[in-house]
Write a protein that binds this ligand. Structure first.
Ligand code: ATP
Ligand code: MG
Length: 320
């Protein structure tokens, strides 16, 4: 596997506008309940006092994520700690994430075992521990992915997206750093901070949330389609771009090493040609990426359709 060099990571997050999704179906979030125990997933409750912090896994926008161990069972978890004094926009994101984690139960979504809401206002989310890091860290550590590895990744993420979309949840921030990998090398969708539950079929979506590098053309420029587009197709675009990035080793719309600004990204994504795949890539993989990266959202395949694409059939689940 080729090692990726000179790849500069970037994370161009757009600020959340003031009007960020103030919709009755989702905001205000469920009233906080002071909780001291969570379900372990095997039926038994996890008391907060039984958890010991081992080390910091990382710092995100919303808080710090710790690796924690359950003292009696030695089971490992990830605990996301969001302090009470966190910026109100970020706290809204956390409540959004909590709401979605409470609703989801899928082997392809990072599992939430419980939420501890402290009298101090701190919120701590107990999650399944994804010990192998994110697809982004794996790309940096091990280099680019082969087609059969990508087929395996794509199948798992598409199953997760198909599950979410059936629940009318749009993720809106699919990218390598939000796809986590566990010790069994299973890949799962994480980070629902800017996701949205669509209440009505004609619900519109605030397009300017998430990480703009992975944003689809219609989210960058909703006016180009009269503001009327299939919101779920945005997740498919982001997945296509993510897979292509894992294949070529750099953000596909720009040359390796180029640090993009917002305008450069917007031009490349909305007006540039679809990134070309290197020689040697299979016809099936090219076709799969093409189905994800259709500029017109109505032409993009859905998650369920992509699960039947010949690229995935070529690498059956048991072998890939
Ligand atoms: P942002 O808020 O910009 O999306 P982020 O995704 O890095 O940033 P978090 O979701 O708070 O923010 O995650 C912080 C770090 O913790 C990340 O490096 C992530 O890989 C790691 N992490 C998050 N959840 C888990 C988990 N369940 N298991 C293992 N590591 C995790
Ligand atoms: Mg993230």
């Amino acid at each position: 596997m080729a090692v990726v060099r000179n790849r500069r990571p970037f994370n161009l997050r757009l600020p959340l506008p003031e009007t960020f999704d103030r919709r009755p179906c989702f905001n205000p979030p469920l009233p906080p309940t002071a909780t001291t125990t969570a379900s372990s997933g095997s039926g038994t409750a996890v008391a907060y006092s039984d958890l010991e912090k081992i080390n910091v896994l990382g710092h995100g926008n919303g808080g710090t994520v710790y690796k924690v161990r359950h003292k009696r069972t030695s089971k490992l978890y990830a605990l996301k700690v969001v302090h009470a004094d966190t910026d109100s926009t970020i706290r809204r994101q956390i409540f959004r994430e909590m709401e979605i984690l409470r609703r989801t139960d899928s082997p392809h979504i990072v599992r939430c075992y419980g939420i501890f809401e402290k009298p101090s206002g701190d919120v701590e989310i107990l999650m399944e521990y994804m010990g192998a890091g994110s697809l982004d860290t794996l790309l940096h550590a091990k280099g680019t992915f082969s087609e059969d590895q990508l087929a395996r990744v794509a199948r798992q993420i598409l199953k997760g997206l198909s599950y979410l979309h059936a629940l009318k949840i749009v993720h809106r921030d699919i990218k390598p750093s939000n796809l986590l990998v566990n010790a069994n090398m299973e890949v799962k969708i994480a980070d629902f901070g800017v996701s949205k539950i669509m209440c009505r079929s004609l619900d519109s979506c605030n397009s300017y949330v998430g990480t703009c590098a992975y944003m689809s053309p219609e989210r960058f420029d909703p006016d180009s389609c009269g503001g009327n587009y299939n919101v779920y197709a945005g997740d498919i675009w982001s997945l296509g771009l993510t897979l292509l990035e894992l294949y070529v080793g750099h953000f596909p719309f720009l040359p390796a090493g180029q640090r993009p600004d917002w305008a450069t990204l917007m031009c490349a994504i909305c007006f540039g040609d679809r990134p070309s795949l290197p020689d040697g890539s299979s016809e099936d993989f090219r076709s799969f990426i093409e189905c994800c990266l259709q500029k017109e959202s109505s032409k993009r395949w859905t998650a369920s359709q992509l699960l039947t694409h010949p690229f995935l059939s070529k690498y059956p689940a048991s072998e890939s």
